[in-house]
Design a binder for this molecule. Structure first.
Ligand SMILES: Nc1ncnc2c1ncn2[C@@H]1O[C@H](COP(=O)(O)OS(=O)(=O)O)[C@@H](OP(=O)(O)O)[C@H]1O
Length: 367
């Protein structure tokens, strides 16, 4: 792996490319202001690949009296605004108060929230937005005057991938029945789907590269299903966010495994935001788990993880089928996209603890 000092010039050249881009995204006069009355802009964004646990995290933050996960959202059941992604926002438009007010309208306080609570926008799909035709990172910078705070939620790529396949029945279109409802007993199918995804990721990347259009969003399963499994892509997106965000302080990192200790992760976030810590009322987080059905799901997930680790990761000799597959994708994509190491990126740009870095490193270790 290239050392940090070897990678630094590459980061720097991206940094200057982005700074020149930012010079025409002038800060909006309303940026960072809390708009009086019903509407306010979000204090921070929660981003991260789909199926990383952002829904639970949003509910958890909402428990804090100073934090309000807002109503008025485009996708209410998911609690996601998607505003920066779908609104017809050209960059000059970001300076128009009406546009900011429209965004603020999505952040309408929920019933019973206190007046001085802060809203936040949890839209995991923003994370990979930097690969789309429009650059969400740039937009959010324009809206928030670079004062935007970012929470990045990440999950073990194998677990995340599995969760994503199970969620999205539309993958039937690409994989036939294989793409739908993979359960604990379906490891062969799971592997087949992943292999098919690998081929699609590689061919889409090659296609995009030859078209000289690196920003084009891949169209097939790759976008939400498979690409985030892959280290180079996580790193690539993270790098774009980080470079835009550099001046505003480190990105706050939450790993899916952190969510198993809700009180701890809530207060770590509270400290980072500069709001008072929260004393859990007895059994409160247990209730939250139940309400979201997470505990039941987590139990299932643990069972699944065990079966998978027995089947794929148990040889200890580094001969695991899945790790090999991932590493293969990673290596070949690395050749196409440049080798950006996620752990290095997280160390440079986030408030990742050594423990978290160790966990992330483990996702990609031994082949
Ligand atoms: N507390 C806690 N700890 C760890 N993991 C949790 C927690 N709560 C929810 N989950 C799991 O997160 C998965 C759903 O992620 P998202 O909410 O980000 O999905 S979505 O993209 O918004 O659809 C989904 O994963 P799977 O069960 O593997 O599908 C949830 O079970």
């Amino acid at each position: 792996m290239p050392s940090l000092s070897q990678q630094r010039p590459r980061f720097d050249s991206f940094a200057s490319a982005f700074s020149s881009r930012l010079s025409y995204v002038r800060p909006s006069p309303l940026a960072n202001a809390v708009i009086e009355g019903e509407h306010r802009l979000p204090l921070f964004l929660v981003i991260g690949a789909q199926k990383s646990g952002t829904t639970f995290y949003r509910y958890l933050l909402h428990v804090h009296p100073k934090l309000d996960s807002a109503t008025g959202l485009r996708f209410k059941p998911l609690g996601e605004s998607h505003f920066l992604q779908f609104a017809d926002l050209s960059e000059p438009k970001l300076r128009e108060p009406a546009v900011l007010e429209a965004y603020a309208a999505h952040m309408k306080p929920s019933i019973g929230s206190v007046n001085d609570s802060y809203s936040f926008d949890t839209t995991p799909a923003y994370f990979d937005g930097a690969l789309r035709g429009v650059d969400i990172a740039t937009r959010s910078h324009g809206v928030m005057r670079g004062g935007m705070r970012l929470v990045l939620v990440l999950r073990d790529p194998v677990e995340r991938f599995h969760s994503n396949v199970n969620m999205d029945k539309s993958y039937e279109e690409y994989f036939g029945e294989k793409g739908s409802e993979l359960g604990v007993g379906d490891l062969d199918k799971f592997q087949e789907v992943m292999t098919a995804c690998e081929d699609k990721i590689i061919s889409e990347h090659e296609m995009n590269r030859t078209r000289k259009n690196p920003h084009k969003r891949p169209t097939v399963c790759a976008s939400s299903l498979a690409i985030p499994i892959e280290r180079s892509m996580y790193s690539r997106w993270l790098r774009r966010w980080a470079l835009l965000h550099e001046a505003a302080g480190p990105i706050h990192l939450v790993l899916n495994s952190d969510l198993k200790e809700p009180g701890k992760v809530l207060n770590r976030t509270a400290r980072w935001l500069g709001v008072p810590e929260y004393a859990e009322k007895e059994g409160e987080f247990d209730k939250l788990f139940k309400r979201k059905g997470s505990k039941v799901k987590l139990k299932e997930h643990e069972a699944l993880a065990k079966v998978r680790s027995d089947t794929f990761f148990s040889d200890g000799g580094g001969n695991s089928v899945l790790r090999k597959l991932y590493s293969n994708v990673d290596r070949r994509l690395g050749e196409l996209t440049g080798n950006y190491d996620l752990v290095t990126m997280l160390r440079m740009y986030s408030d990742a603890t050594e423990e978290q870095l160790e966990e992330v490193r483990g996702w990609y270790s031994t082949v």
